[in-house]
Design a protein around this ligand. Sequence first.
Ligand SMILES: Cc1cc2nc3c(=O)[nH]c(=O)nc-3n(C[C@H](O)[C@H](O)[C@H](O)COP(=O)(O)OP(=O)(O)OC[C@H]3O[C@@H](n4cnc5c(N)ncnc54)[C@H](O)[C@@H]3O)c2cc1C
Length: 437
Amino acid sequence: MFPFLIVVLFSLSWKISDSTQPAEEFLHCLSLRFHNSSSISELVYTQHNSSYSSVLKSSTQNFRLSTPSTPTPLVIITPLHASHIQATVHCCKKHGLQLRIRSGGHDFEGLSYTTTYEVPFVVIDLLNLRSVRINVEKGTAWVESGATVGELYYEIAKRSRTLAFPAGIGHTVGVGGHLSGGGFGLLFRKYGLAADNVIDSRLIDVKERILDRKSMGEDLFWAIRGGGGSSFGVVLAWKLNLVAVPAIVTVFTVSKTLEQNATKLVHRWQYIAHKLPKEIHMSIGISRVKSNENEKMTIQASFRAVFLGSIDELLPLMEEKFPQLGIVKEDCFEMGWAESNLYSTQFPIGVPLETLLNGNRKSILSKLFFKAKSDYVKQPIPETTFEGLWPKFYKEEAKSAIMVFVAYGGKMDEILETETPFPHRAGNIFIILYMVD
Ligand SMILES: Cc1cc2nc3c(=O)[nH]c(=O)nc-3n(C[C@H](O)[C@H](O)[C@H](O)COP(=O)(O)OP(=O)(O)OC[C@H]3O[C@@H](n4cnc5c(N)ncnc54)[C@H](O)[C@@H]3O)c2cc1C
């Protein structure tokens, strides 16, 4: 073992021969703390390692934060065990290095892998810690932070078609950042946020202790469910409360242009969608398109819904609550809940369930050069405001701009804003997401 350690240390010191002092000292510290000395060369990437760039970019979702001038970490650690994270926390403290924690790399501003400050930093990338264990009888799951939401949905669906977890629609999102930030998706009107359905977790704090809900205490457990995990520690894994869904759900998408009365329908939607039964998730995607009739630019509003029930149950409901949209049987499709997530990110109907395991696909959102923001709406927006907004989509810099309105209400109105750090609860009628690349 000892000669092997010398070889590893020698090869590492060669790799970092012209690196900065903090990196050398940090790596030396790590080599003393990693129990299995072979793992340091396999799990630690310095800027001189040929795989460094591909590991760094592997889950970077936003190319805006992956340019030649983007600050990069001195070292990336890809731990296999909690002890590797404890060692990293210890050595970062000892050598004054900042730490970034990355699960799925979807942070809109790249907080998990870059920095706006001129400080040397290390990234812990949890890509190797992604196990999912489902207990169907108890309706619970333990999921490691490095798993994606899609991997979680897939493992649940493989074992039960009537269990689900109320997390995001974007299935490439990492569990670590998503659950610690809140996390909303198709079931949030029925069951609340992903963070509302966390019942325990394992976290490594700044003192390198591994804590669970009991040992961390209710204050810290409150904070990591919506307050942004990396402010408090490295969340290793989460225990989840799984929720009930019918074996068949119904989806539809109906698109209307300005010529087809889109403005009035969008305006009307604001009064209806948040009051619909909790079983309906409804959103509108708004973007510019070329009109079929005259090739001229117009605005298209795509009304999408996922309903926890059959077509026969949905149609009378839509006829009663939102007849103006004119939903007919031909607009509707039945499928399993897990598949409805793929449908909602515009995958064609019938793609294999395994698509949920594809974390690096190119979708409408992922792997783009984008800026995204959001707003919470408490009062319906007047029709004239929409009319004033549409021309902004026709500007050159807005050619890829998209706005998504997602209806609030239901369970979100019932959870107190103090129950978790995520405050956007009762009183919001919908959220707007803005994206542009
Ligand atoms: C394509 C796309 C689709 C999306 N879809 C949805 C959606 O449907 N619903 C929704 O609510 N949001 C959605 N989001 C937003 C997404 O939920 C957040 O950006 C989330 O924080 C991403 O988590 P991550 O682990 O992938 O990101 P990361 O970039 O890895 O992490 C995000 C933040 O969490 C911290 N963090 C990550 N892991 C840990 C950990 N284990 N312990 C402590 N802190 C940690 C990071 O340091 C960083 O500050 C989407 C984003 C994108 C880019």
